[in-house]
Design a protein around this ligand. Structure first.
Ligand code: SF4
Ligand code: SF4
Length: 347
């Protein structure tokens, strides 16, 4: 009898441990002021230190759908009240844009109204982190900070289906050179055995595939390295030059996260567009505004964001718009031990 009670108690604690280990908490609210008050009450449980980098995307010039400066100011004010010294951070991009240089991005961010309450840092300075497929240069301003708040506008993305916290790190926390290497690594190269089924041509978002002598050719100029053609090929006739885009993106995010002392994540489900904040025209809004999520787990927060948008829209709008399963890179980030796809919503 005593043994039975002991084993029941043991099982009980084992279940609680398993629950907390496998199911990560994701706070969810549709109310912005509730998010701010929750952050005020809870941020110190997750983040410690003084210098906090807020990693965010401050938007392309003609794109109005990125995070709003007024909302970011409220986050900054809350962190300051809790004794932090925040700064806004992003890295420059590889394509032709104001955001291609540190000076150009800084000027555009200020023009858009960011940085009224704290400094903005835009920098490509980085530290190499060696991973299985390649070495990723992680932005030094993030590695050097006492802690990071990864603040992400959720939207669709041509290469990853969906852009959330993992995308914010897997591209945004890396140097220009590493961003380029990820896109290049996902480009296709022909091996052998094409049956001319046309699946690669039909799925390519840039119309980049042409056929000559019964085999496909890919023009590097128009290829974004999304690996959709590779994933669609039924015979393995084409392969990614290095690895599929989704693998390199999540590996890059894992490289970045491995350098952080402490990190916390907020995803914003508003003005959810077809494509990313990097585009001058990110396309239509594909889902009504769906609220705010906060978590210490980047995989759980992205998985929860995808599920909430799917429920709100009544279908998988990310997959429908961009042809890519939005969970693909999230699951691969789980394989890199960035977090868990299993979560519980708290409010
Ligand atoms: S990687 Fe993407 S953009 Fe490039 S050829 Fe394949 S499907 Fe087209
Ligand atoms: S998907 Fe594969 S088999 Fe089909 S046409 Fe393209 S390369 Fe050939």
């Amino acid at each position: 009898m005593i043994l039975d009670i002991t084993s029941i108690i043991f099982k009980y604690f084992q279940c609680i441990w398993a629950y907390w280990w496998f199911f990560m908490d994701v706070f969810y609210t549709e109310d912005e002021s509730r998010l701010i008050s929750w952050l005020d009450e809870n941020v110190k449980k997750f983040l410690q230190g003084k210098n906090i980098a807020i990693k965010l995307h401050m938007g392309e010039r003609k794109n109005p759908h990125h995070l709003k400066p007024g909302f970011v100011d409220k986050i900054v004010a809350t962190l300051k009240m809790q004794g932090f010294k925040p700064f806004l951070f992003d890295s420059p991009v590889i394509y032709k844009s104001d955001r291609n240089t540190e000076e150009g991005y800084l000027a555009l961010a200020k023009e858009k109204g960011f940085g009224d309450r704290c400094p903005i840092v835009v920098s490509d300075e980085s530290t190499p982190v060696k991973m299985k497929n390649m070495t990723y240069d992680v932005c030094k301003a993030l590695s050097d900070a006492d802690c990071i708040l990864v603040l992400t506008h959720v939207k669709g993305h041509m290469c990853s289906g969906f852009g959330g916290a993992i995308k914010n790190l897997g591209m945004g926390a890396l140097s220009k050179e590493s961003k380029g290497k990820i896109h290049e690594g996902g480009e296709p190269e022909y091996k052998d055995g094409c049956t001319e089924c046309n699946a690669c041509e039909e799925i390519c978002p840039t119309g980049n595939v042409r056929f000559e002598d019964s085999q496909p050719y890919f023009d590097k100029t128009w290829c974004c390295g999304c690996s959709l053609c590779v994933q669609a090929c039924p015979t393995g006739a084409i392969a990614a030059k290095k690895e599929e885009f989704d693998t390199l993106l999540s590996e890059g995010a894992a490289a970045a996260a491995s350098t952080f002392k402490k990190a916390f994540y907020i995803n914003v489900l508003s003005e959810i567009t077809e494509s990313c904040d990097c585009m001058s025209d990110p396309g239509e809004i594909i889902c009504e505004d769906a609220g705010f999520l906060a978590s210490a787990d980047p995989v759980a927060i992205d998985a929860a964001s995808i599920d909430i948008v799917k429920k709100k829209a009544g279908k998988d709008v990310f997959k429908e718009t961009n042809k890519k399963d939005p969970m693909l890179h999230v699951k691969r980030a789980e394989m890199y031990r960035m977090g868990s796809c299993d979560y519980v919503i708290t409010s």
